[in-house]
Design a protein. Structure first.
Length: 42
């Protein structure tokens, strides 16, 4: 399973929003979204 799909699945199972994950990691919600859909940031 791809990392992004694993992240999205784990986040949903934990009942967390992308915003909550982003805040805890110190990144933007858009960054979490891009990770989940597999868009790379250069």
């Amino acid at each position: 399973m791809e990392l992004g799909k694993s992240l999205a699945e784990a986040r949903r199972k934990s009942g967390l929003s992308q915003e909550a994950v982003a805040e805890s990691l110190g990144v933007s919600r858009q960054t979490v979204s891009k990770w989940e859909i597999g868009v790379s940031q250069s």
